[in-house]
Design a protein around this ligand. Structure first.
Ligand code: HEM
Length: 163
């Protein structure tokens, strides 16, 4: 435990649920594996969505591809957030003060805001486009920024262990 951490983090980590996650032989490893599996699904959906927005997979209906991939990304993201919360609870006082973890959380917040505002607008612009239509610059930009953001989150997530 990091005694210098804010008291609500210490309370979370030392709660019954925090102790249960740490003491159990299987809860933390299972949540960790599930976190990675949900990330794999999330990354797959994001890749399809963003590559289509950047003009790849021309020949497919852009709005249908992007909307389907988005739905899958939302479901996978919920899995990532829930499993991440389990990992976080077990070591809240340490990990919350880790600068890389803080950068990861800030980038996740940015990614969600970007998806809700910029991404939503870009997807609406695709509705009028047929399969071979060139992607508007705005959609290409939104796709590239989304891809960079989520790759950054994955990289930072892995890097926490070394910081
Ligand atoms: C799209 C969102 C997210 C992505 C892409 C992501 C990615 C990652 C990755 C790649 C790892 C390393 C896994 C490993 O090497 O075993 C990781 C670990 C972790 N993640 Fe996430 N994560 C996300 C969201 C979250 C959230 C919302 C939380 C907390 C509420 C969280 C908490 C953690 C914790 C505590 C670890 C273990 C860190 C350590 O001790 O090394 N993650 N994440």
């Amino acid at each position: 435990m990091n005694t210098g951490a804010p008291s609500f983090l210490i309370a979370l980590e030392t709660s019954e649920i925090g102790a249960l996650i740490r003491q159990s032989a299987w809860i933390y490893p299972t949540a960790n594996i599930a976190h990675v599996l949900a990330i794999v699904l999330f990354a797959g959906a994001i890749a399809v969505m963003d590559v289509r927005m950047m003009g790849g997979m021309a020949g497919s209906d852009p709005a249908r591809v992007v909307r389907s991939a988005r739905s899958m990304a939302v479901v996978a993201l919920i899995g990532v957030l829930l499993t991440g919360a389990v990992l976080f609870t077990a070591e809240a006082s340490h990990v919350a003060l880790n600068g890389i973890f803080q950068m990861k959380m800030a980038l996740i917040a940015f990614g969600i805001v970007h998806a809700l505002f910029v991404g939503n607008r870009a997807v609406r612009a695709l509705d009028a486009l047929g399969p071979q239509a060139p992607m508007p610059g705005f959609a290409r930009f939104a796709g590239a920024l989304s891809m960079l953001t989520w790759l950054g989150v994955v990289g930072l997530g892995r890097y926490i262990a070394y910081n």
